[in-house]
Design a protein around this ligand. Structure first.
Ligand SMILES: *[C@@H]1O[C@H](CO)[C@@H](O)[C@H](O)[C@H]1NC(C)=O
Ligand SMILES: *[C@@H]1O[C@H](CO)[C@@H](O)[C@H](O)[C@H]1NC(C)=O
Ligand SMILES: *[C@@H]1O[C@H](CO)[C@@H](O)[C@H](O)[C@H]1NC(C)=O
Ligand SMILES: *[C@@H]1O[C@H](CO)[C@@H](O)[C@H](O)[C@H]1NC(C)=O
Ligand SMILES: *[C@@H]1O[C@H](CO)[C@@H](O)[C@H](O)[C@H]1NC(C)=O
Length: 239
């Protein structure tokens, strides 16, 4: 019995070996932990976890092949809440696209990714509110959280996102007024806040704040005071 037990342990460890082959505390380890803990299933043949992370589909690394710069894992049926010590540890990450999965929650260490430029979490089932920590993403150029289950207020700390060009928070349950902090996002080209539960009036100065704005969609909310002045010929405005 003891021998058989030992044998099954040995077989088991051999079977599991390819899954555990990334060195701990490397970007390859964090990405493989993420994919496996999120139940990568039908698409698992896309990944060879024994090979270097930089060769995996949707992964782009720095020139020394040490750090993951882009991670695109869209439409892989990843499901559940993202655990800490996975993607939140990819300190050099600039592009994160996890759209079209069944993700339900975000890890608290996500907000430490200060290099992030593009974040796309659209078409998941993420619940809860957006923390003010989003203000840590000072280099963020595009954020798409559309078609999720976010609730609570849009955090005032978005005022720190001065490079933000695209803000898509549509098809969620965001509540209360649009924070005046949005006036700090002076690079915005597209704002889509449609189909939420936003109310109140637009912050003073909203009409003049965004000199580069091309698309503004506020439809499907309870926002009042829309009589601000736009250069309407230049902006596609949906109310
Ligand atoms: C996976 O990668 C390892 C290491 O690069 C390689 O030896 C092995 O042949 C690969 N397996 C498949 C199925 O491609
Ligand atoms: C993901 O969600 C879709 C629609 O909500 C559902 O049909 C599908 O079964 C889910 N897939 C997984 C892997 O949970
Ligand atoms: C986010 O991903 C979705 C689905 O993959 C795509 O349609 C959308 O354009 C992306 N958003 C941005 C801002 O690129
Ligand atoms: C959406 O979030 C609310 C709480 O804000 C929760 O009660 C509800 O179950 C969530 N729905 C889904 C589909 O996750
Ligand atoms: C906005 O909606 C909340 C409930 O979701 C309500 O408490 C608040 O009074 C509303 N504010 C305005 C200005 O209508």
């Amino acid at each position: 019995m003891g021998f058989n037990f030992f044998l099954s342990l040995l077989v088991l460890s051999l079977l599991l070996k390819p899954l555990a082959s990334q060195q701990p505390n490397t970007d390859g380890f964090y990405v493989s932990q993420f994919l496996q803990k999120m139940g990568l299933s039908s698409s698992s043949q896309l990944y060879n976890f024994s090979a270097p992370v930089c060769s995996w589909q949707g992964v782009f690394c720095d020139s020394k092949k040490e750090y993951v710069i882009n991670l695109v894992a869209s439409g892989l049926e990843l499901s559940g809440s993202i655990p800490d010590t996975t993607i939140g540890k990819l300190n050099k990450l600039e592009i994160l696209d996890l759209s079209n999965n069944n993700i339900t929650g975000l890890p608290s260490d996500l907000w430490s990714l200060g290099s992030l430029k593009n974040l796309n979490l659209s078409h998941n089932q993420i619940s809860g509110s957006l923390p003010n920590n989003i203000g840590n993403f000072g280099l963020l150029e595009s954020v798409d959280l559309s078609s999720n289950n976010f609730s609570g207020e849009i955090p005032a700390a978005i005022s720190s996102l001065s490079s933000l060009r695209v803000l898509k928070l549509d098809q969620n349950g965001f509540e209360m007024g649009i924070p005046s902090g949005i006036l700090g996002c002076q690079s915005l080209v597209e704002i889509d806040l449609s189909t939420n539960r936003l109310n109140g009036s637009l912050p003073d100065g909203f009409g003049a704040a965004f000199t580069k704005l091309k698309i503004l969609n506020l439809a499907g909310n309870e926002i009042h005071g829309r009589d601000f002045r736009f250069r309407r010929d230049e902006i596609h405005y949906y109310s």
